[in-house]
Design a protein around this ligand. Structure first.
Ligand SMILES: [Zn+2]
Length: 72
């Protein structure tokens, strides 16, 4: 099961819409995910699950609210 593609956002649990495993380029390749946000991804999901766009935007706009909702 180690090759399982995780298509769920590690934060909100919704489909992250990642296309990295598809033929077309993923939005996440042209949409920088803040390094700081990556650090909050749970250890077991790092390098496996993409953060969804909604969460990246939410984090960028209101970091504190985002962390309260999903991390703390
Ligand atoms: Zn998300």
């Amino acid at each position: 099961m180690s090759n399982t593609v995780v298509k769920e956002c590690p934060f909100c649990g919704k489909d992250n819409g990642c296309m990295a495993h598809e033929k077309s380029a993923c939005w996440c390749e042209s949409f920088p995910i803040p390094t700081e946000l990556r650090e909050y991804i749970p250890e077991d999901k790092k390098m496996k699950a993409c953060v969804c766009k909604t969460c990246v935007i939410a984090f960028t706009q209101n970091k504190e609210a985002f962390l309260k909702k999903y991390v703390y």
